[in-house]
Design a protein around this ligand. Structure first.
Ligand SMILES: [Zn+2]
Length: 277
């Protein structure tokens, strides 16, 4: 690295670029100095400010854009997280950093612990999305252990059993697991009720078969496994198979198939595709 002295002129130039909101890294790479010498020079010339406004990242921007909605509860941390592709926990971290009071944490009551109302919201979320008390609370952006404990004791108090929702709503191919208590079956497997979304019928299935991919729908629907039809929600266009859809969109078959299998929906360029039922 060249041993050039950072003159006042250069330091000012760098400071101005910081001020204009350029990314630090982009600025540094235009100069032959290492970062600490730049910082030292800026301080020396009195040009150093702790907070040059840097452009917020897309995630931060999204959280800031949803400030009001996050505060009045019209969007939850989970919903926003899904929308922008990060975790609910990260949303609550960013919210805290930018002084946004998440609706759900604001309404858990101060000092008096978690209110019943909030506990009920967590349970409602659990019923709707499946998982555990902990994951539901995290999804809502209020996953502290204090809240989780309060929700569990509230559930006990009102006689609500959370166990049947642990794997509920998970999707495997056409299968969607229904709330219920898995019954032990054979040596290491469990039987549970699942809905075949291919034909809307309920069957008792072995979880092991679902997880291994051995079964991806009821016998009737499995017969046509090779070509399960896919429908575009927006245009109602029906594709005769995942194959023809991926060819049409010029995408990798596996990617489309895995997403449809795991999430039950595939979204691309503003269109969403689901298994034709
Ligand atoms: Zn079926």
């Amino acid at each position: 690295m060249a041993k050039t002295k950072i003159t006042l002129k250069i330091a000012q130039e760098i400071a101005n670029r910081f001020k204009a909101g350029e990314k630090r890294q982009d600025v540094y790479k235009d100069y032959p100095f290492n970062q600490s010498s730049v910082l030292y020079a800026l301080k020396r010339y009195g040009l150093w400010f702790k907070k040059y406004e840097t452009k917020p990242t897309p995630n931060i921007q999204a959280v800031l854009d949803h400030r009001e909605m996050l505060e009045n509860g019209s969007i939850s941390a989970r919903e926003l997280a899904i929308k922008i592709g990060c975790t609910p926990v990260y949303i609550s971290v960013l919210a805290k950093k930018h002084n946004i009071k998440l609706y759900y944490s604001k309404h858990r009551g101060r000092g008096k612990g978690t209110t019943d109302e909030v506990s009920q919201q967590v349970l409602d979320h659990l019923v709707e999305h499946g998982g555990t008390v902990n994951s539901a609370a995290r999804d809502l952006g209020i996953g502290s252990s204090r809240v989780q404990q309060a929700v569990r004791s509230y559930a006990r108090r009102i006689g609500f059993d959370t166990a049947p929702y642990r794997i509920a709503h998970q999707r495997f191919g056409l299968w969607k697991i229904l709330p219920g208590t898995p019954e032990p079956c054979y040596t290491a497997d469990y039987r549970v009720d699942a809905l075949c979304t291919g034909c809307n019928t309920v069957h008792s299935v072995l979880i092991g078969n679902l997880r291994s991919g051995a079964s991806s729908g009821c016998h009737h629907c499995n017969r046509y496994k090779g070509d399960i039809q896919v429908r575009c929600v927006e245009t109602s266009e029906v594709f005769r198979s995942i194959h023809s859809l991926s060819e049409e969109l010029n995408l990798k078959y596996q990617k489309v198939r895995m997403t449809l299998r795991d999430e039950g929906i595939f979204e691309y360029l503003g269109f969403s595709y689901i298994f034709e039922t």
